[in-house]
Design a protein around this ligand. Structure first.
Ligand SMILES: *Cc1c(COP(=O)(O)O)cnc(C)c1O
Length: 226
């Protein structure tokens, strides 16, 4: 994909998404030159799914980029991204949240997080079930972690062309989002972000209340190793 088209892809997507939806440009496997092209077009939110790649790119690219960790995060990798990460999308356990809080404290900052909820049919996807997550909020465990701020939920729909199925999954997540927002009050819980939607399903996602989309292919072109 030529670099000019990165700019126009971003502009087109942003027009479609509107001002209220944050586009996270997913740059995994893509070189820093392509990220800079998007940066020069004014884009600042980029997503990576591996802590090492995220850290390496952050070291070489402008400091005002907002880096989103969108993939499964191992606890022993949190320390590498804790000094600078903007938002961690895929918190899937209390143990991970505890480690994020620990590393955030060491860095004297508050790290924003989303809880990943399992909504797809597929075995491989990480995350909480809706019931587990509600139980977790009932427990009040997040009060122990003042250096994390939970700002919403993230989910991935089943990989299918059946958009009715995708819509059903996204709507179930939206209703869980509203339930949590309306029923729990903790000082470090501020439900405002619903991160759903990728290249193939973002149009459905924003109709289901998604206000953050994570888009790679439609910005940077297909990935080789995918
Ligand atoms: C790769 C990835 C995306 C982007 O996928 P595209 O289909 O290329 O838009 C979004 N979310 C997560 C968690 C990813 O790993």
């Amino acid at each position: 994909m030529s670099q000019d088209s990165i700019k126009s892809n971003i502009n087109q997507l942003q027009r479609k998404l509107g001002e209220d939806v944050t586009l996270v440009a997913v740059s995994k496997t893509k070189p820093k030159e392509m990220i800079l092209e998007a940066y020069d077009a004014g884009h600042r939110d980029f997503g990576e799914n591996k802590a090492q790649e995220l850290t390496a790119k952050a070291e070489e690219l402008p400091a005002d980029i907002r880096w989103h960790m969108i993939g499964h995060l191992q606890r022993n990798k949190v320390k590498y991204i804790a000094p600078f990460v903007h938002l961690i999308h895929a918190v899937d356990s209390d143990r991970l949240l505890k480690e994020i809080n620990k590393q955030a404290t060491k860095n004297n900052r508050v790290i924003k997080c989303l809880f990943q909820v399992y909504i797809a049919d597929e075995e491989s996807k990480f995350g909480w079930s809706p019931d587990e997550l509600l139980e977790y909020f009932d427990s009040g465990a997040i009060k122990e972690y003042p250096n994390v701020e939970v700002v919403g939920l993230m989910g991935m729909a089943t990989f299918t062309s059946d958009m009715d199925k995708v819509r059903e999954e996204f709507l179930s997540l939206q209703s869980l989002f509203e339930k949590i927002r309306d029923n729990y009050t903790y000082s470090n819980l501020l439900m405002k972000t619903l991160s759903i939607g990728m290249t193939n399903d973002y149009e459905v996602a924003i109709k289901c209340g998604g206000n953050m989309v994570r888009i790679g292919t439609a910005v940077f072109g297909a990935r080789d190793n995918h």
